[in-house]
Design a binder for this molecule. Structure first.
Ligand SMILES: Cc1cc2nc3c(=O)[nH]c(=O)nc-3n(C[C@H](O)[C@H](O)[C@H](O)COP(=O)(O)OP(=O)(O)OC[C@H]3O[C@@H](n4cnc5c(N)ncnc54)[C@H](O)[C@@H]3O)c2cc1C
Length: 392
């Protein structure tokens, strides 16, 4: 078997890469190890409006469970801050407060179908075990399907195989993820919880989600994604989640998902001769929010286009594929770098700091905020002042 482009992994990054490589006339095979595209979900399903601009698609009710127009932050002491009142223009990727809760089981499959419509072939329940190399360059994969092993040759392999990416590791594209930099997540889709159907809710605190946060994202149909991510804790994410939801009497879970999310920023190099790395496999996730859907979409699209172009030029060496790395870094590189800095600073915040910040924001709505009130506040909180100095 021989294809222009073989894509490993069939969710956001993989399907979008397959779609755009196929649109640009490449002969594409997408390989997915699961028996169904999009399951298990392993995502809170919140995303920005920008993803539809990236994909040049109109949002469709079939895969949108809720439209979001605001968010509330809950400090460890229970104080609730409505973000609309403290103004965060760039919340949700510069699109203000507007966003969506997707139905990823439907959305991911929809993207795979778009890729197939554009000409991509898809193999399900097939696991890529190895990369094939010739003269030091990647030129295909070894895959296993229902006990049968096969060699599939390709001019370009796109690794979109998620947070535990074997492909990136095998290609020697070192992944800087250390255990503390992978967020461990657990999430219930919870039935019977009555919350505003257009608001996101975030909870912070050492008792709730140390090293991370808890989210409640409305899904419509009386269900809510209630999940959390933690880092370097003795208790598991699942234990923290059960502890939190025990307060919601009369609710019941209808789905449980456990998964990891890379929070250490992108890998140093996302290309080599004959291979590109996309999405979670490349660390394309915001280190503060854990959001990766819109980044995987942009990078998947760019990887598909650059791969197809390289095939047309009959040059799939890293000198040509490097363009992919340049394009995504120009779009997201700086943001991811800054976000990692913020996350490192946030790691040093104590519950006391967070409560103080929440109290300050509550008392000083943005229109009343003055330099004097901010200086007075920081004068009383030297720890916060030091963290801000570190950031500047
Ligand atoms: C609990 C949780 C909540 C999250 N919430 C949000 C959110 O609300 N908003 C947001 O933007 N982001 C969120 N994220 C992050 C987001 O889900 C990911 O960034 C995004 O799904 C990455 O897509 P991907 O295609 O790169 O990887 P994945 O979605 O991980 O897909 C990888 C695919 O590759 C397949 N695969 C792996 N190995 C092989 C192999 N060897 N052979 C064949 N197939 C293989 C897997 O089966 C899988 O289908 C969340 C993550 C977690 C864990």
């Amino acid at each position: 078997m021989k294809y222009d482009v073989v894509v490993v992994g069939g969710r956001i990054g993989g399907s979008i890469a397959s779609l755009y490589a196929s649109k640009d006339d490449a002969d594409v095979l997408m390989i997915e190890k699961r028996q169904e595209i999009g399951t298990p979900v392993q995502c809170a399903e919140g995303t920005t409006q920008s993803i539809f601009k990236i994909l040049d698609m109109k949002p469709d009710k079939r895969y949108i469970n809720a439209e979001i127009d605001g968010a509330t932050i809950h400090a460890p002491d229970g104080r609730a801050i409505d973000l609309a009142e403290v103004s965060c223009e760039n919340f949700l990727d510069g699109t203000g407060y507007k966003g969506y809760i997707l139905d990823r089981k439907v959305f991911d499959k929809h993207l795979a179908i778009q890729a197939a419509k554009a000409g991509a072939e898809i193999m399900m329940k097939t696991t890529v075990k190895d990369l094939i190399r010739k003269d030091g360059r990647v030129c295909g994969v070894v895959a296993e399907h229902l006990g049968e092993t096969m060699e599939i040759k390709a001019d370009v392999v796109i690794a979109a195989d998620g947070v535990e990416s074997n492909m990136a590791r095998q290609a020697g594209l070192t992944n800087p993820n250390k255990p503390g930099n992978i967020g461990s997540c657990a999430q219930y889709e919870l039935f019977g919880l009555d919350i505003d159907p257009h608001q996101l809710n975030f909870y912070f605190g050492r008792e709730i989600a140390p090293g991370g946060y808890l989210w409640m994202f409305p899904k419509g149909e009386d269900t809510v994604n209630v999940g959390l991510g933690v880092r370097s804790t003795k208790k598991t994410a699942y234990q923290y989640l059960n502890q939190f939801i025990s307060r919601f009497k009369g609710t019941t879970p209808v789905e449980l998902n456990i998964g990891g999310v890379p929070l250490s920023g992108p890998i140093d190099k996302t290309y080599t001769d004959g291979l590109l790395v996309v999405g979670d496999a490349a660390g394309h996730v915001d280190p503060v929010t854990g959001g990766g859907i819109h980044i995987a979409a942009f990078c998947g699209k760019t990887a598909g286009q650059v791969a197809a172009e390289a095939v047309k030029k009959e040059n799939t060496s890293e000198s040509v594929l490097k363009r992919y790395d340049e394009i995504w870094r120009e779009k997201f590189g700086k943001n991811l770098e800054i976000s990692l800095k913020y996350r490192n600073a946030a790691d040093k915040l104590t519950d006391k700091d967070m409560n103080a910040l929440a109290e300050f924001l509550e008392k000083n709505k943005i229109e009343n905020l003055s330099k004097i009130s901010a200086i007075k506040f920081l004068g009383k909180h030297p720890h916060l002042l030091m963290l801000i100095r570190d950031l500047l």
